[in-house]
Design a protein around this ligand. Structure first.
Ligand SMILES: O=C([O-])CC(=O)C(=O)O
Length: 165
């Protein structure tokens, strides 16, 4: 069974850990996939839009500016992401509907949870290079998340992955 410490040991020059600032809110503890990105601030228009298009197993990495004032996803957007085949989401910001997210077959990492939802006025960009707490993340990179932490790699690594309970 794969795990992030073994990946670090086996591919030390290919992976970079994300800062250990994120909590697990989803129903799957380990997930991986090709990265898509969103940069936004207290407006989840791009997040909702992207997660309602085919995910093909990808992970959406969102630089929400570390805002702790509102949530960029809840159970409805997560349900749409699952329906569209996304593997998970990593949010430099907050989520909500934690009770529901915990039961869903979806990877969710966020800084924190908060009951208030964000606005949706069309702000934000997708498919851009983002800075996740000092680590540059670009669309097409690969993300591996498990109980220990998260890794970013330029390319898909030759390991057996997928959701892990
Ligand atoms: O709709 C939103 O902006 C966030 C939310 O609560 C959900 O996804 O269920």
């Amino acid at each position: 069974m794969w795990n992030t410490p073994d990946i670090c040991d086996d591919y030390p020059t290919q992976v970079t850990p994300l800062a250990p600032l994120y909590q697990n809110f989803g129903g799957v503890k380990a997930f991986s996939g090709e990265v898509e990105t969103v940069k936004c601030f207290e407006d989840n228009s791009r997040v909702k839009e992207l997660l309602s298009t085919p995910g093909h197993g990808r992970v959406l990495v969102v630089d929400g500016g570390a805002s702790l004032r509102c949530a960029l996803i809840g159970d409805l957007i997560a349900a749409s992401a699952i329906e569209n085949g996304w593997s998970g989401i990593v949010i430099r910001g907050c989520c909500r509907d934690v009770h529901e997210l915990q039961t869903m077959p979806f990877g969710v990492r966020a800084l924190a949870s908060i009951p208030l939802k964000s606005t949706r006025k069309g702000a934000g960009e997708s498919g851009v290079t983002i800075d996740m707490d000092g680590v540059e993340v670009r669309p097409g990179m690969w993300l591996y998340a498990d109980e220990t932490g998260m890794l970013i790699s330029d390319e898909s690594l030759p390991i057996e992955t997928g959701h892990r309970d």
